[in-house]
Design a protein around this ligand. Structure first.
Ligand code: ZN
Length: 144
């Protein structure tokens, strides 16, 4: 069990690396939004959360509540889940689509990339290219 939680957990770093490789632009831990979401795509109105299976109670083996010390863990973990639900509702009300990637789902970078791509839609590079095509003058300046 990982008792210490850093802001930059390694599954989150993996997701960030994949996003950077795919040239998506995002903002990190946006304080002005409910729950200070991990990865925010403002123009797309999309949010990606990388959740630890234990702390956010995923329905996988890692998300099992500890049998010992349940007086301590039960309210803590239940509280986390309630807070997640509330934040998701608030974000939705602000017009954001939210996708959760669980720690246990970050074993395969290719899978993560495919999911992100599907959720986020066309990459910025493609958007940029489309914009440039619109703006670019019709004639070729090199005189070919
Ligand atoms: Zn899990």
């Amino acid at each position: 069990m990982r008792a210490i939680r850093h802001k930059d957990t390694s599954p989150e770093m993996l997701v960030r690396r994949v996003l950077t490789q795919m040239r998506y632009r995002y903002r990190l831990h946006v304080k002005s939004l409910p729950g200070k979401p991990d990865l925010v795509f403002l123009q797309r109105r999309k949010i990606v959360l990388v959740h630890g299976c234990f702390w956010h109670q995923h329905s996988c083996p890692e998300g099992r509540k500890p049998l010992s010390n349940s007086d301590y863990w039960e309210p803590k973990l239940t509280g986390n889940v309630k807070r997640d639900v509330r934040h998701a509702k608030e974000l939705k009300a602000l017009g954001f689509d939210v996708m959760v990637i669980w720690d246990c789902e970050t074993k395969n970078e290719g899978d993560v990339a495919r999911r992100l791509r599907k959720f986020l839609g066309p990459k910025h590079r493609e958007w940029d290219a489309r914009l440039k095509r619109k703006k670019a003058p019709r004639t070729n300046a090199t005189g070919d």
